[in-house]
Structures are given as structure tokens and as C-alpha cells.
Design a protein around this ligand. Structure first.
Ligand code: DGL
Length: 279
């Protein structure tokens, strides 16, 4: 099984590409909705949560873990690899590299979370790939919460996106990086806001979602470790939420085009973080 996790529904935007890339692999997905949003939590807390979730997924049989969350990858990926060295992990980062390669105006917008922008991993990414381009960063306050509430086509969300995007577009941003796995769920609204912007660059604005590349990387890592399934039947999906199974079930059904049952995983009280299945 491939295990995936995110603070909430966002990782489903990665899961759908992994499903398409590896249709026979059984998948486990955990949304830590008891702690969403991760973007405003301390890196140390996100590290602890990520480790406990990874251990939970491993106990259920995960052979590889995809950290389907930019914020958790930024805070915890290095830590996870050091405390669980036997486990192959696939992480995420805002797609600054491809954006820098394809912008014509030399101006790139990055929509991510405060946690991602404040991380060393992001600073290193900028240092490596963003020399010579101008990067407009927006931590999109409130956007994750709106998406968690299912408001992916609401006026409120559209207005928030206008506040985020209009200034970038007026300045000539022609490439937009979705640096949080929640944001692909408002991609249509983003396209609408771009189309209605009073000022925008001459050329079309490209939107980059790294999820397809992450799915291809997952396949490569799986193959490199000889962990592919031999099954020819469609892979099963088991979903967990630490809080609100309903919204996750709804969105998972919408994204995957099939009914999805969501089980509850419960954070146990005490100093050290660990998760147990609700029976
Ligand atoms: N989906 C997450 C990400 O990719 C985090 C959203 C949040 O919980 O703040 O960054």
C-alpha cells in the first residue's frame, strides 16, 4: 500500500494523480483535519504530527509514504527520513524550478502557506532556482479553511483570490505556482479570476500544479525499491480523517468519481503524539 497524508482534503489533489499513474496500487489516505491548517503551526509541531501519522500509516501496511502536503514536507521531510530510514518517502515543494524555466516576463507568483514560505527548504529552493526572476509570494490567509469548508466556487473565495492575484497580475506575473495541495481544488476559480483581471500580462498565464510530477516520482521510487504490486485489479482506497469524515468523503467522491467511506483516526492524549483507529 502507498500511504499519503495531508492536513486535510488537499492531498486528494495528489492522490488522484497517483491513482491515474498507478491504478493497481492500494492506497491509504489520512487527513489530519483535527489540526488543519498546518500552515500556521510551528514547524516543530508539524514534525511531530507528521511522524505520528507516518507511523500510523506504516502500522496499517504502507510500504511507501507520500507527504501530500507542501507545509509538512517543508517542516518534516528531512526528519521523517532520518527517524524512519528504512521507509521510502516522496515529498513536495512549490514548483519554482519549472516556473523559473518557463516564465517569459521573469515574474512568477507562488501561492503557498506561511509555514512553507518560512521554511529552510523553501529558502534553499529559492536560492537554487529563483536567481534572475522575481517571485511574488502569497501565504493566502484563509484559503485552506474555505476549501476545507467546501467553498471552492463561492463568491467569498473568488474575492479572496482577486485580492491575491490582481496585484501579481498587474505587475506582470505570467506563471503561477500552486504551492499548497489544497489549491488545485480552486483552479477553475483561479482561471476565472485571471480571465477577469483588470490588468494582466500580454501572454496567457500558466498555472503549475506539481501533482502529476509527484505521481511520476512516486512510480520511480516504487520501482527503484521493487515495491510495485503484482495485482491487476484496481487498487483499493482506505481513507481516514482525524476529525470530519463527511467533508472528506464528499470531496473524495467528487474527485475520484466513486463513493468513499472515511474512517476516523483519533489522536491519543498525552505528551507523545500517536494516533489510533476509532472502532
Ligand atoms: N495542503 C497543505 C500544503 O500543501 C497545507 C495546508 C494547511 O494545512 O495549511 O501546504
Amino acid at each position: 500500500m502507498i500511504g499519503l497524508f495531508d492536513s486535510g482534503v488537499g492531498g486528494l489533489s495528489v492522490l488522484r494523480h497517483i491513482r491515474a499513474e498507478l491504478p493497481h496500487e492500494p492506497l491509504l489516505y489520512l487527513a489530519d483535519q483535527a489540526h488543519v491548517p498546518y500552515g500556521r503551526r510551528a514547524a516543530d509541531e508539524v514534525r511531530q504530527l507528521s511522524e505520528a501519522i507516518s507511523r500510523f500509516l506504516l502500522a496499517l501496511g504502507a510500504k511507501l509514504i507520500v507527504v501530500a502536503c507542501n507545509t509538512a514536507s517543508a517542516a518534516a521531510l528531512a526528519h521523517l527520513r532520518s527517524v524512519l530510514p528504512q521507509v521510502p518517502f516522496v515529498g513536495m515543494e512549490p514548483a519554482v524550478k519549472p516556473a523559473a524555466a518557463q516564465t517569459h516576463t521573469g515574474k512568477v507568483g507562488v501561492m503557498a502557506t506561511a509555514g512553507t514560505f518560512e521554511s529552510e527548504r523553501y529558502a534553499a529552493l529559492m536560492h537554487r532556482f529563483a536567481a534572475g526572476i522575481r517571485v511574488y509570494e502569497d501565504p493566502c490567509p484563509g484559503l485552506v479553511e474555505l476549501i476545507e469548508a467546501g467553498k471552492t466556487a463561492d463568491v467569498q473565495t473568488e474575492q479572496l483570490l482577486q485580492t491575491i492575484l490582481y496585484p501579481m497580475l498587474a505587475d506582470g506575473v505570467d506563471t503561477l505556482v500552486l504551492g499548497c495541495t489544497h489549491y488545485p481544488f480552486v483552479r477553475s476559480l483561479i482561471e476565472q479570476v485571471i480571465a477577469s483581471a483588470p490588468q494582466k500580462p500580454q501572454t496567457a498565464v500558466a498555472i503549475i500544479d506539481p501533482a502529476p510530477a509527484v505521481a511520476r516520482q512516486t512510480r520511480r521510487v516504487l520501482e527503484a525499491h521493487h515495491l510495485q504490486t503484482n495485482d491487476s485489479a484496481p487498487g483499493a482506497l482506505r481513507c481516514f480523517s482525524t476529525a470530519q469524515p463527511d467533508m472528506l468523503a464528499l470531496l473524495a467522491a467528487r474527485v475520484l468519481g466513486q463513493a468513499v467511506t472515511v474512517e476516523t483516526a483519533v489522536w491519543q492524549p498525552g505528551e507523545s503524539k500517536w494516533l489510533a483507529l476509532a472502532l
